[in-house]
Write a protein that binds this ligand. Structure first.
Ligand code: SF4
Ligand code: SF4
Length: 273
């Protein structure tokens, strides 16, 4: 189990993931006593600031475009996640998203404890991702419940909320959906959800700025025959070849692996370009 926490970035990230889970649990347990922190991963209220999932916001906007109120009060809530993605990449996915955390736990158990052979990672071209995102936006605009069922972070946080409130009759459908997605990701095509389907992940990936925080491969240091970072990358990317930017969610696993092997002269590190 210690491999699950091994390395500076991995340990910090696990603490973030566990902290997020506990934070939302505390919010749900206290929601009848306070109104400062309220909400789920669909939309969250932090005092006067509302933070909204970008996909939820865009579909909401699309549905109400012709109305006078263009939800100016929630624009900041839409821009905050985009600004974070612009500067730090898809850190929401790797450091916060509860679906990714759950997936990583199950994948770790599957590969380490039960010694199952790893699956092939799902790959999709940038063009097919854009086409799918446009289709998902259209579906979200014309079928209002669609965004709520396709966003795993929101669905998981609602499930947690329902558990806290003992709303057991409502749990079954969200649980079935989450289990179905996990099953496909774990046993059919690895990471198909986060690399292709999840509209939030796609939007955050597109919002990222090339000069923002990223993993760099130093040109003056060679990897020889190593490539261990690529075997360990949770998204099946190849950071040692330097072609990982588009999908990379800045988890830092490859840097931990590289630092563990090469100590000082390690070719991979985080950097703002
Ligand atoms: S792509 Fe979606 S489900 Fe995957 S980690 Fe990101 S927000 Fe979570
Ligand atoms: S390339 Fe490195 S930082 Fe990016 S997802 Fe893979 S292991 Fe994480």
């Amino acid at each position: 189990m210690k491999d699950f926490f091994k390395g500076k970035f991995t340990l910090t990230r696990r603490l973030f993931q566990i902290g997020t889970f506990l934070f939302f649990l505390a919010v749900y347990y206290t929601s009848h006593k306070q109104s400062f922190l309220l909400g789920t991963f669909y939309s969250f209220k932090l005092g006067p600031i509302h933070i909204v999932d970008p996909f939820i916001y865009l579909t909401y906007l699309g549905r109400n475009l012709l109305k006078a109120d263009l939800f100016v009060w929630t624009v900041t809530g839409f821009l905050i996640p985009l600004l974070i993605a612009f500067l730090f990449g898809r850190v929401f996915c790797s450091w916060i998203c509860p679906y990714n955390f759950l997936y990583e736990i199950l994948d770790f158990l599957k590969t380490h404890l039960f010694r199952k052979k790893p699956l092939i990672y799902f790959e999709a071209s940038p063009k097919s991702k854009k086409v799918w995102l446009a289709l998902a936006l259209a579906l979200g605009i014309f079928i209002p419940p669609f965004p709520y069922y396709i966003l795993m972070p929101g669905l998981l946080s609602v499930l947690l909320h329902q558990l806290v409130l003992h709303l057991y009759s409502f749990i079954l459908f969200s649980l079935l959906l989450i289990l179905m997605v996990l099953f496909v990701d774990l046993f059919f095509k690895k990471r198909i959800w986060c690399k292709f389907i999840c509209p939030t992940g796609l939007i955050l990936g597109m919002a990222r700025w090339k000069g923002g925080l990223r993993i760099i491969k130093r040109k003056d240091l060679t990897c020889k025959e190593c490539a261990l970072c690529s075997f360990e990358c949770p998204l099946g990317l190849t950071p040692h070849l330097g072609n990982h930017l588009e999908d990379c969610y800045n988890c830092g696993r490859c840097v931990d692996i590289c630092k563990g092997l090469r100590k000082k002269e390690n070719p991979l590190d985080f950097k703002f370009l």
